[in-house]
Design a protein around this ligand. Structure first.
Ligand code: ADP
Ligand code: ASP
Ligand code: MG
Length: 428
């Protein structure tokens, strides 16, 4: 007998018909003699709908006529977490209608404890003392993903896409034998299959590569879920919930690097439309200026990502360009306005019509020429690069959003990701 965690994303529980289908997949595992905990997301589109409601009300002016009044993150969490409450209850009913014993669990009932960072909380601890024995008693646990409870007993949420992290953390806490993430694609691809039709499903991908792809925008897994799985050495399988009865569904195994992985320099292309670019004009070219800008951003709780300083002219002024999350742009601009005199710059320009496109591969550590191939491929399509960032296993560029698809497809074919590669060791 094995203990299994199965996670179903928004499209997999989009309506009652899909929820009934999910119940049939869960039933198969339970009838196979396994202990099953299921983690569910909200119905697709529901979290966006709830976020939009909060944003609309939050945009109302305060009593002094100004925006940016009191923070509302605690209420944001309690509102957006509600989508998962609905789907966990519905799936529990669907399972009971199949004659199975099942109950829903909300974050606070487990409890899944988090830190105090509302809207992007980190999991601190999952108590398995209630849910574990319930599983061992033959009950199926249907857990609302994405949500937890903080030390002030308020509801918290784990950031967008956070149900993946709920599932991996639960699998770790329950010492599960398997963690299967069911979604609307049949595995991890060389790039988003919605953009490049010739993207290929990988049989296996290394944790490190998946971690980079996820943090650079491949939303198929939340970054923290991969981080957690890597730290606890828990392989996760990503597969589709849409397979027809009897159809093969091998998915992709995310695990430590091994010899059955493809040998290539670049293994994937990711993109993120969640970026915004800020340029400070004529910033004094003196030591400590960038630190002042970063301090202003940190105080406003804004994360700075890519950063580039223009070549300084003889009059000792330079332009500084950096990127922040699109959702943080207004907050960042307000913070800059407030500290304009202490920082010392002449003007600000911003642009949220930008995309970050990245190539990722462990092989970049030991191969040269990746940057050249990348920039030649972009230049051939006349795509202008605004900002560049690199690390050991990735190169990212910021480009105009209108070229996103073109750039992703160009890089995907420049690195021959549409073609099968040799395995590190040929299959026996
Ligand atoms: P769920 O609702 O099941 O959590 P998501 O929408 O969060 O599903 O993630 C699945 C989506 O991730 C896919 O529909 C696909 O468009 C996108 N995606 C982006 N990059 C990749 C990739 N490299 N491989 C597979 N899917 C990807
Ligand atoms: N429902 C949440 C979201 O849309 C969490 C998730 O789907 O993983 O971000
Ligand atoms: Mg998701």
């Amino acid at each position: 007998m094995a203990r299994i965690v199965m996670k179903f994303g928004g499209t997999s529980v989009a309506n009652l018909e899909r929820i009934r289908h999910v119940a049939s997949l869960v039933e198969k595992e339970a009838k196979g003699g396994n202990e099953v905990a299921v983690v569910v997301s909200a119905m697709s589109g529901e979290t966006n709908r709830l976020v939009a409601l909060v944003d609309e009300l939050d945009a109302d002016a305060g009593p002094d006529g100004k925006k940016w009044g009191e923070a509302i993150e605690d209420e944001y969490d309690s509102i957006v977490a509600s989508g998962e409450q609905v789907t966990s209850g519905l799936l529990a009913i669907a399972l009971r209608r199949r004659g199975l014993r099942a109950r829903s669990w909300l974050g606070w009932q487990i409890p899944l404890r988090t830190d105090m960072a509302h809207s992007m909380a980190r999991i601190a601890e999952i108590e398995s003392s209630a849910i574990g024995p319930s599983l061992a008693d033959g009950n199926i646990a249907v857990v609302a993903g994405f949500q937890g409870v903080n030390e002030q007993r308020r509801i918290s949420t784990l950031g967008r896409g956070g149900s993946d992290t709920s599932a991996v953390a639960l699998a770790v806490a329950l010492k599960a034998d398997r963690c299967d993430i069911y979604t609307d694609v049949d595995g991890i691809y060389t790039t988003d299959p919605r953009i490049a039709k010739d993207a290929r499903r990988l049989n296996r991908i290394a944790f490190e590569e998946m971690l980079e792809l996820a943090s650079l925008g491949a939303k198929v897994l939340q970054t923290r879920s991969v981080e957690l799985a890597m730290n606890y050495n828990l392989p996760i399988r990503v597969l589709t919930s849409m397979a027809a009865e009897g159809e093969e569904n091998p998915g992709t195994l995310v695990c430590h690097e091994d010899e059955t992985m493809e040998e290539r320099v670049v293994s994937g292309v990711a993109y993120s439309r969640d970026e915004a670019q800020i340029t400070l004009l004529r910033l004094k070219d003196q030591p400590g200026m960038v630190a002042k800008v970063c301090k202003a951003m940190a105080e406003a709780n804004v994360i700075v990502d890519m950063i580039v300083q223009g070549i300084s002219k003889s009059d000792r002024a330079a332009n500084l360009t950096y990127t922040v999350g699109k959702r943080d742009l207004e907050k960042a601009l307000a913070a800059l306005e407030k500290s304009k005199d202490t920082i010392g710059f002449e003007g600000v320009k911003s642009d949220s019509d930008v995309t970050k496109v990245s190539v990722v591969g462990i092989g970049m550590r030991s191969h040269t020429g990746v940057a050249q191939t990348m920039f030649e491929a972009l230049a051939k399509r006349n795509i202008n690069v605004k900002v560049i960032a690199t690390s050991e296993i990735k190169i990212s560029v910021l480009i105009d959003a209108e070229y996103t698809e073109l750039a992703v497809r160009a890089l995907h074919s420049a690195f021959e990701l549409d073609q099968a590669a040799k395995l590190k060791v040929s299959a026996p």
